[in-house]
Design a protein around this ligand. Structure first.
Ligand SMILES: Cc1cc2nc3c(=O)[nH]c(=O)nc-3n(C[C@H](O)[C@H](O)[C@H](O)COP(=O)(O)OP(=O)(O)OC[C@H]3O[C@@H](n4cnc5c(N)ncnc54)[C@H](O)[C@@H]3O)c2cc1C
Length: 399
């Protein structure tokens, strides 16, 4: 297939990666993003495995290296801020990887790499969609109407376009946790080490350095599934403060920062398991189709691989049905592997009691021992991968 007009929704990781490859193969690409501008929040992510290979193919590896967060490794600390164990960047158990970058920096690099060739439209989303034999008639939030050959939703876990196109909701496998990300001012206690601290009542705090002289904080905690559904930013902030008040470590510092921030990402930790990834002329990619959660540490790998394979299959195939089928066949086994999480979440890794926290810290402190390997393995980021987890086909170039 070539020369088709494709609408991509969502300008984060999956959307711009897909737009890059579609444009390279000769498709006419429009990307709409619901937010008024790129959403650049979030913490460190690593570009490894298939994501690193795709970044190389896209010519953005150097740009990614230049934005390295400079994090030197991960320290587990107790609530008194005493180090329990540390895993430097070269260590196979470290969470810090070679190509470590802030999520927002990667989003910006992907956007910069595509913005001259792709029609980006911000502050827009689809409000209605009618599929016919020939095309998809789309109505946008600004009232404009336009037809496209195909629509691909890269809208993340709560995708509304997925809802418009698919009759059934995907399965959401709730992991019993909520997570919040925010950027905070650097303090004297922050260094180039990431710090992880377990507190009672199922709370994990994390503070990581960035390359802008600030600190990226997150707090993840156990909660019932719909406990914080549909809250405004102000309500989210109040709920978060209430949940972490009195937890010790740097919770008071974090509370002061939560009260000030306008940049809070607050989300349930759920995996998305969609039974199918296309419905007629509409397909889904990235977290919208197969979110594995930040706990799996595979979000970037899957979003970029899915986008690369979907674009390549559309280029290679004679029609979109064939392409969507091949995309699913090639990606599903990998997604299933990535979504397999080791047992212990949230029960053991997010202990409720002081004793539970002590036990976990003891396990982590036995560096290199099997329990420590098990706990750090929960991030899915062990470096030694004997063979590639997914083979990325070479789709060639447009003639
Ligand atoms: C602000 C933010 C911060 C994040 N921080 C982290 C982090 O620190 N660590 C981590 O592991 N993961 C984080 N994530 C999730 C991570 O980006 C994804 O897990 C992964 O990279 C897959 O990306 P994606 O492009 O599929 O989806 P997402 O990154 O979720 O992006 C979806 C994009 O679609 C847009 N969108 C949503 N609905 C519509 C619509 N109807 N029409 C048009 N556009 C729409 C969103 O505004 C967003 O830009 C964050 C996501 C966001 C949006």
């Amino acid at each position: 297939m070539i020369n088709k007009k494709i609408l991509v929704t969502g300008a984060s990781i999956a959307g711009p990666t897909l737009a890059y490859w579609l444009n390279k193969y000769g498709f006419k690409v429009t990307v709409v993003e619901r937010a008024p501008e790129l959403r650049l929040g979030g913490q460190n992510i690593d570009v490894k495995g298939p994501a690193a290979e795709i970044a190389r193919k896209m010519g953005i590896e150097k740009a990614i290296r230049e934005k390295n967060t400079t994090e030197v490794g991960l320290r587990f600390v107790n609530v008194n801020n005493e180090t329990v164990a540390e895993f430097p960047v070269g260590n196979s158990l470290s969470m810090t990887q070679e190509l470590e970058i802030l999520r927002g920096d990667l989003v910006q690099i992907l956007y910069d790499q595509t913005k001259d060739d792709v029609d980006y439209r911000f502050n827009q989303y689809i409000t209605a969609m009618v599929q016919s034999k020939e095309n998809v008639a789309v109505t946008f939030s600004n009232g404009n109407a336009e037809t496209f050959d195909l629509v691909i939703a890269a809208e993340g876990i709560g995708s509304a376009t997925r809802q418009l196109a698919f009759k059934d909701k995907p399965d959401f496998k709730y992991l019993g946790l909520y997570t919040a990300y925010l950027t905070i001012s650097k303090s004297a206690k922050d260094s180039r080490w990431a710090r992880w601290c377990n507190a009672e009542k199922g709370i994990v705090f994390m503070m990581r350095p960035d390359n802008y002289g600030e600190t990226r904080a997150s707090v993840t905690f156990t909660a019932e599934e719909d406990r914080y559904k549909g809250l405004s930013l102000d309500q989210q902030k109040k709920a978060l403060v209430k949940r972490i008040k009195g937890s010790g470590w740097e919770s008071e510092r974090l509370i002061r920062e939560i009260r000030k921030t306008n940049d809070l990402y607050f989300e349930r930790v759920s995996q998305v398991k969609a039974a199918k990834w296309s419905e007629g002329r509409v397909a889904i990619v990235g977290d919208a189709a197969y979110c594995a959660t930040p706990i799996a540490g595979k979000g970037t790998d899957m979003a970029m691989s899915g986008a690369y394979i979907l674009a390549g299959e559309l280029f290679k195939a004679d029609n979109y049905e064939e392409a969507f089928k091949a995309y699913e066949q090639k990606m599903r086994p990998y997604v299933e592997k990535c979504q397999k999480l080791p047992p212990g979440i949230p029960g053991i890794v997010y202990p409720q009691t002081k004793l539970g926290v002590r036990v976990l810290n003891t396990m982590v402190s036995i560096v290199g021992s099997k329990p420590a390997k098990w706990v750090t393995g929960l991030f899915g980021k062990e470096k030694k991968e004997p063979k590639p987890e997914i083979i990325l086909p070479d789709y060639g170039n447009r003639k």
